[in-house]
Design a binder for this molecule. Structure first.
Ligand SMILES: *Cc1c(COP(=O)(O)O)cnc(C)c1O
Length: 461
C-alpha cells in the first residue's frame, strides 16, 4: 500500500511514513495510490459487530506492513476504551428518514477524538519500535487541539505544541488544552485567526532545516491516518441502516474538509452513499465554490460554530486531485493561485465534484433556530456545529436515509446553546471538575521565527 502526494512531486511513502510526515515535501497531501475495495458481502458482514472490529476490518487494507494484525487490534482497543458510550458512535433518529450520528462520546466531546486517540496510539507504538522522538505541531480552531492534548499527554516519545487563535475558542475547548499537567504537551495562544495558525504550521513544514532538526510531525486533519480513522463510522452507521442493501446519504458540518473526505473514501471503497452534503456556517467558501466554481477567500467571520470558521479547507485539495484526474501539476497550479486569493474550478472537475457532493450554508440565526426547534421536536440538544448540519440536511432529504454527523457535545459550546434554548447544557460527570483545574498556556505572536525559537528551547534542541 503506497501513498502519493496531491502535487505529484514528493517521495512515495508507506502508511507509517505518511502518518509521521503529515504534509508532503512538495506542499501536497498524501492519498492512497489506489483505494482498496470492500466487497458488498464484506460490508454486509459488518452488521452487528462491535465498533472496534468494524474499525479493524475497514482500516486494515490501508496499513500495509506497518503493524501486525494483533498489534493493530490492540491499538484500536486502547484508543476507544475511554469513550463514554458502548456503541462509540451511536445513531439516534430525528425524523422519519433523518438520523443523527453522535460522534461526541470521546474524552474531549468532539468527533476529533476518534482519529486522535488512534493516531496517538499508532505513533507511540511506531516510535517505541525505533526509539525515535518527534515534535508535533498542530493548529486548531479548538477541537483538534483539545483532542490532541488528550491523546498525546504523557506519551514517552512525543512533544506536542498546539497553536490556537487567542480569544477565539470556547472556554471548554481552551481549558481542555490548558489544563493537562504533563510536561510533553504545550498550549500556545497565538494572535490572529485559525487560518494564521494553520499558515504558520505549514511554514514550519516548508522550512526543511527546522522540520528535519526537530523531527517535525503533524496531526492536523491533513494527516492521512486521521482521515482513515474517520472512514470507520461511515461504515458502522450506514450498515446499521441497511447498507449495502440500501444506500444512505450523509450531511457533514464542514470546516477543513477532513471529516467529509473520509466519507468520500468510504464511498470509493464501495459503501453505497448517494450524496455527501457539505454543511457550512457563514464561512461558506465551499458552498459558494460548489455552486459557482469560484473558490475565492474573503476572510474569516467568527461564528457561534467556531470549529468551522475556516476559509482555506485544506483537505479539499484531496478532492480536487481526484476531480482533476489525479493531475498533481494542475493541483499545484490551483494552490499557487489560491495564495493570490482564489481559483476557478474547471467545468469538468466541477461536474465530477457535484456528482458526489451537495452543499448548503446555515446563517447564525438559522443555527440558533435549529437548536431550538430540534429540541422542541425531538428532545435532542444539538451543539451549534451539529445544528448547521441538521439545518442543511433538512434541505437535502430524499428517499435514502439521511445521516447527519453530530460533531460535538452541546456542553462544549454552552453559550451558543444557552443563547438558543435558555438553559445551559451540563458537562458529562467525568469532566465536571474541568473548571477547577489550573491552566498553563503561553501567549505568542503570529511570528514564525519566534515560534521556532520557542519550540527549539522547549524540546532542548
Ligand atoms: C473540526 C470540527 C468540524 C469540522 O470538521 P472538518 O474535518 O475540519 O471539516 C466540525 N465540527 C466540529 C465540532 C469540529 O470540531
Amino acid at each position: 500500500m503506497k501513498y502519493i502526494s496531491t502535487r505529484g512531486a514528493a517521495p512515495i511513502l508507506t502508511f507509517g511514513e505518511a502518518m509521521m510526515t503529515g504534509l508532503a515535501r512538495d506542499g501536497g497531501l498524501y492519498v492512497p495510490e489506489t483505494v482498496p475495495q470492500m466487497a458488498q458481502a464484506d460490508i454486509a458482514a459488518l452488521a452487528g459487530l462491535p465498533y472496534e472490529e468494524v474499525a479493524f476490518r475497514v482500516m486494515r487494507p490501508f496499513l500495509g506492513t506497518t503493524f501486525t494484525d494483533d498489534e493493530f487490534r490492540g491499538l484500536i482497543a486502547k484508543a476507544y476504551a475511554g469513550f463514554g458510550h458502548d456503541a462509540r458512535a451511536p445513531l439516534v433518529q430525528l425524523g422519519p428518514n433523518h438520523f443523527l450520528l453522535e460522534l461526541f462520546h470521546g474524552p474531549t466531546l468532539a468527533f476529533k477524538d476518534f482519529a486522535m486517540q488512534l493516531i496517538g496510539q499508532m505513533m507511540q507504538a511506531a516510535l517505541a519500535k525505533t526509539g525515535d522522538r518527534i515534535t508535533i505541531v498542530g493548529a486548531t480552531s479548538g477541537d483538534t487541539g483539545s483532542a490532541a492534548m488528550e491523546a498525546f499527554r504523557g506519551l514517552a516519545n512525543v512533544d506536542l505544541f498546539i497553536l490556537y487563535p487567542h480569544g477565539r475558542v470556547s472556554e471548554v475547548q481552551r481549558r481542555q488544552m490548558t489544563t493537562p499537567t504533563e510536561g510533553n504537551v504545550h498550549a500556545l495562544a497565538m494572535d490572529g485567526d485559525f487560518d494564521d495558525a494553520q499558515a504558520r504550521v505549514k511554514d514550519m513544514f516548508n522550512d526543511f532545516a527546522f522540520r528535519d532538526g526537530v523531527r517535525l510531525a503533524g496531526v492536523n486533519s491533513i494527516n492521512w491516518a486521521r482521515v482513515l480513522a474517520q472512514v470507520v463510522y461511515y461504515f458502522s452507521s450506514a450498515v446499521s441502516l441497511g447498507a449495502p442493501h440500501r444506500a444512505v446519504s450523509f450531511t457533514v458540518p464542514t470546516g477543513n474538509f477532513g471529516d467529509i473526505f473520509a466519507g468520500y473514501i468510504a464511498r470509493q471503497m464501495g459503501l453505497p452513499i448517494e450524496k455527501l452534503v457539505i454543511a457550512t456556517n457563514q464561512n461558506d467558501i465551499l458552498d459558494r465554490a460548489l455552486r459557482s466554481g469560484a473558490y475565492v477567500t474573503d476572510g474569516v467571520k467568527p461564528s457561534i460554530s467556531p470549529s468551522m470558521d475556516i476559509q482555506v479547507s485544506s483537505n479539499f485539495e484531496r478532492a480536487l486531485f481526484d476531480a482533476y484526474g489525479r493531475d498533481g501539476k494542475a493541483v499545484a497550479q490551483l494552490m499557487a493561485e489560491l495564495k493570490a486569493g482564489g481559483f476557478h474550478i474547471s467545468q469538468g472537475a466541477l461536474e465530477t465534484l457535484r456528482a458526489t457532493f451537495g452543499s448548503g450554508r446555515c446563517s447564525e440565526e438559522e443555527t440558533t433556530a435549529t437548536i431550538r426547534t430540534a429540541f422542541a421536536r425531538t428532545g435532542e440538544v444539538l451543539c451549534p456545529h451539529s445544528a448547521v448540519g441538521v439545518k442543511v440536511a433538512e434541505e437535502h432529504l430524499g428517499t435514502a436515509p439521511m445521516i447527519t454527523l453530530a460533531t460535538a457535545h452541546p456542553a462544549k459550546f454552552p453559550d451558543a446553546v444557552e443563547g438558543a434554548m435558555g438553559t445551559r447544557p451540563a458537562l458529562p460527570p467525568r469532566m465536571a471538575d474541568l473548571f477547577d483545574r489550573p491552566e498553563r498556556v503561553t501567549r505568542v505572536a503570529n511570528d514564525l521565527a519566534a515560534l521556532q525559537t520557542l519550540i527549539r528551547e522547549r524540546i532542548g534542541g
